[in-house]
Design a protein around this ligand. Structure first.
Ligand SMILES: [Zn+2]
Length: 466
């Protein structure tokens, strides 16, 4: 994990989920995780320092026949009692997760008229906005795994959709395209433009790679740092054999009473068109923001973002420098009710990611005289072995989800009281919290390294061993 970029860089780099970490990094992380977990917690460290309280507590637990104090498996039904007699936590969750007061911009007549379109969900504007998203969904802009290393990449006919969507946006958002600085996208950069070697950093900085979209709405106050709004135009593919299982065809952009259907409608042509809608509205209103607004849209986020987001990030970095942006807003956790009440979660980190390809070769032959174990059989055993050894969960203090939980504990009035109390004494209850989070599929992989076998190929004909 030590090779992860600095946070500032990472937040600019939209495809953080695909950060290039090596299997060595992963192994080191795994080893470290296991070591953390396997260190036996000393019994004495489980007890509060305050002796009188300790005595009362011990007696109480014993009287309810609950003797497993050494691992602090305190049942939920006990927590109000435990909370009452344990010393006050060193850090109360009520002191964490402070929020800024809501900002109310001063009235501006022209802007407010347009703002009302959004705020009151003007039905006509709402329908138009849905249609603009649907149109974007109907343009197939798919990233396939084999596009990752393509150089040059623009000649691949499967990339035609990226030109189409750019042309579509040009028509749909005329003010954005006519008034904002729009760097020439077709400038052929010197090769190797996609090379990740640091020595080419300067070379890449001035290049926005072919399909990347970068808009700059200059603010009136040049001393203010810009804000950067990001999204990506690409989507993942759709397996041909699953098309019939879709409620509506994956690129239909079908609109029913509530939803826009199709690939990209949630990841993330929705935030893309929402941002363009918003900027088109403020331009229409003649609004000139004090702070520069940058829109940066990559086109290969689903295959690591090396050509799109990475190049955009370098370009922006070259212009504005280290810590040169006030805010970077990319797709992320979004709005979640996971903690009981709807909360807008700010994503500040993403997990690392790596692909591992395993190939098994065996001598050819015929199924009438097969060896006891074919290559497919060996591979099946490997897959079974991988699945039989899932990673062990761990809740490290450095995991940002700890803070997310504290925010839930502080601001959600119906937050689970057991979890709140346990969070306040996280060093004592860590194992219990891990158990709790691990049982919920929504939180399980926030504390666990996931692994999944997702592509398998082998064999070309029945009876042929190869
Ligand atoms: Zn996405």
């Amino acid at each position: 994990m030590s090779k992860l970029p600095r946070l500032e860089k990472q937040t600019i780099y939209t495809s953080g989920e695909h950060l290039p970490i090596s299997s060595e990094d992963l192994k080191a992380f795994h080893v470290r995780t296991r070591r953390t977990l396997s260190t036996p917690r000393e019994l004495s460290s489980c007890f509060p320092a305050n002796t009188p309280v300790l005595v009362v507590l011990t007696l109480l637990l014993a009287s309810t026949a609950f003797l497993a104090f050494s691992d602090l498996s305190v049942p939920r039904s006990m927590i109000s009692t435990i909370d009452a007699i344990l010393p006050a936590p060193a850090v109360s969750v009520d002191a964490s997760c402070s929020q800024l007061s809501p900002l109310s911009p001063p009235p501006r007549s022209a802007l407010d008229a347009n703002y009302r379109k959004l705020k009151t969900l003007d039905p006509a504007y709402r329908a138009g906005s849905a249609e603009r998203l649907a149109q974007a969904v109907r343009i197939e802009t798919v990233s396939f795994d084999d596009m990752k290393e393509q150089v040059p990449f623009e000649s691949d006919p499967r990339r035609q959709g990226f030109l189409k969507i750019k042309n579509h946006f040009e028509v749909t958002y005329p003010l954005v395209f006519s008034r904002l600085r729009y760097p020439e996208l077709m400038t052929p950069p010197p090769l190797p433009r996609l090379h990740l070697n640091i020595s080419h950093k300067h070379l890449r900085r001035e290049v926005v790679n072919v399909f990347g979209l970068l808009f700059t709405l200059e603010g009136t106050n040049p001393t203010l740092k810009p804000i950067i709004l990001m999204a990506h135009t690409d989507t993942v593919p759709v397996a041909e054999e699953t098309v019939s299982e879709w409620a509506h065809p994956p690129f239909s952009g079908f609109i029913d009473a509530e939803r826009v259907w199709g690939r990209g409608s949630v990841d993330c042509k929705n935030s893309l068109t929402a941002q363009l809608d918003a900027v088109e509205l403020i331009l229409e209103a003649g609004f000139a923001p004090a702070r520069t607004i940058i829109l940066a849209y990559g086109f290969d986020e689903e295959i690591s973002g090396h050509a799109g987001a990475k190049t955009l990030a370098d370009t922006i970095y070259a212009r504005y420098g280290h810590n040169g942006a006030e805010l970077v807003l990319d797709e992320g956790s979004g709005r979640s009710s996971r903690l009981g009440i709807p909360m807008s979660l700010v994503g500040v980190q993403e997990k690392g990611y790596t692909d591992i390809k395993i190939t098994v070769s065996a001598p050819g032959g015929h199924s009438s005289i097969p060896p006891p174990h074919t290559a497919i059989g060996i591979l099946a055993e490997i897959v079974a072995a991988i699945e039989s050894k899932p990673y062990t969960p761990a809740l490290l203090d450095s995991n940002p989800y700890v803070e997310t939980l504290r925010c839930g504990a502080r601001w959600n009035p119906s937050f689970d009281p057991w979890l709140k109390s346990a969070l306040q004494r996280i060093d004592l209850f860590r194992d219990e919290i891990v158990k709790e989070l691990f049982e919920n599929i929504e939180t399980k992989f926030l504390i666990t390294t996931s692994q999944a076998v997702d592509i398998i190929q082998g064999g070309t004909k029945g009876s042929c061993l190869k």
